[in-house]
Structures are given as C-alpha cells and as structure tokens.
Design a protein around this ligand. Structure first.
Ligand SMILES: [Zn+2]
Length: 182
C-alpha cells in the first residue's frame, strides 16, 4: 500500500481534523471518483488546453474547442489517428481507437494537434500543414512533456500525507479566522 493511498485511517483523520462525520468524507470521496474517472481519459490535457487557447486567440473566436473522441471498439483500426476540423461549429475533433495503448494515444493526439497548429499558423510561418511536419510538432510536444515529467513534477509533490493535511488545515483555519471577523 502506497503512503498516499486513501485509506480508512486517512478518512478518519480528515473527519477528525475538519470536525465532520466520517460518512460525509466518504460521500465526498465518491463525488471525487466521478470526476477522476473522466480525468483518466483526458490525455495530454494541458497541451490541449493551451492549444485551444492559442487557436482562440489566433482566430479571434473564444468558443473554439478541441475534443478527443473515442471510437467504438468495433470501428476499424485503419486511419485510427484521424482528426476532423469542423469550422462551422468551431471544433477540432481528434478521433482515437479504444484499443490503442495510452502511450500511442498520446502520440496520435500530439500529431493531430500538430495539424491544427500548423494550419492556424500557416499564413505566418509559410509552413504547410502536411506530413511529416505535424509528426515533428508531435514529437517536440511529447519530448517537452517527458522533460517536464522527468525534471519538474517533484516540486508539486508532498513528501508526506501529514504535510498535506497540515496545509489544508492551515487554509481552513484562515477561512475560519475571516468568518470570525465578520
Ligand atoms: Zn497526419
């Protein structure tokens, strides 16, 4: 069992610290799990979010979105990494097959994002939205993600559960202080 696993002991500690019923904590855990199940399918979410914002600014449309769409399991694997730019609806859809490994999926998504960004930038850069340029964009994207995971993620991590609980407890106490003033 890992030291950050959400054990019954931690649930009890949370209940004690914030003076709520243990069942309330359990209910919030189940609410979080609803979100977490969706979160696991948000491949390359940071870069997608950034690309979305970039395209919005470039085309002057604040409603533009990028969406990854899972194909049905029975769909053909041929052309699995395809994308569709629906201009009228201001959407860029990236289709992927559920049988792909998560690693390959990320490669596919990065490649398709390359097509989108190259297309948007085409007028300024003179670069064409073609192969292998989108592949090169995808490779640079994944390289940067790997560098990030390797070198930068540790600064976000807590060393211990106790430190994490203490930070949230501090936040809670500050909030209580503010409430007491008014
Ligand atoms: Zn392509």
């Amino acid at each position: 069992m890992g030291k950050f696993d959400l054990t019954d002991d931690k649930i009890q500690q949370i209940a004690d610290k914030f003076i709520v019923d243990k069942d309330v904590v359990k209910e919030i855990v189940s609410v979080y799990k609803d979100i977490d199940s969706i979160l696991k399918q948000q491949y390359l979410a940071h870069i997608i979010r950034a690309a979305e914002e970039f395209v919005r600014q470039q085309i002057g449309n604040p409603t533009f979105i990028i969406k990854c769409v899972q194909r049905k399991p029975e769909a053909s694997l041929e052309g699995f990494g395809s994308a569709q730019y629906i201009e009228l609806k201001n959407r860029f859809l990236i289709y992927y097959h559920p049988s792909q490994s998560e690693k390959v999926l990320r490669v596919i998504i990065a490649h398709e994002l390359g097509h989108l960004i190259l297309r948007v930038k085409a007028k300024k850069t003179g670069l064409k939205n073609t192969e292998p340029l989108s592949t090169i964009f995808g490779l640079i994207t994944i390289l940067e993600k790997n560098r990030f995971y390797e070198e930068e993620t540790s600064r976000f991590q807590y060393e211990t559960w106790e430190n994490m609980l203490a930070d949230f407890s501090l936040l809670h106490n500050q909030w209580k202080g503010k409430v007491n003033i008014s």
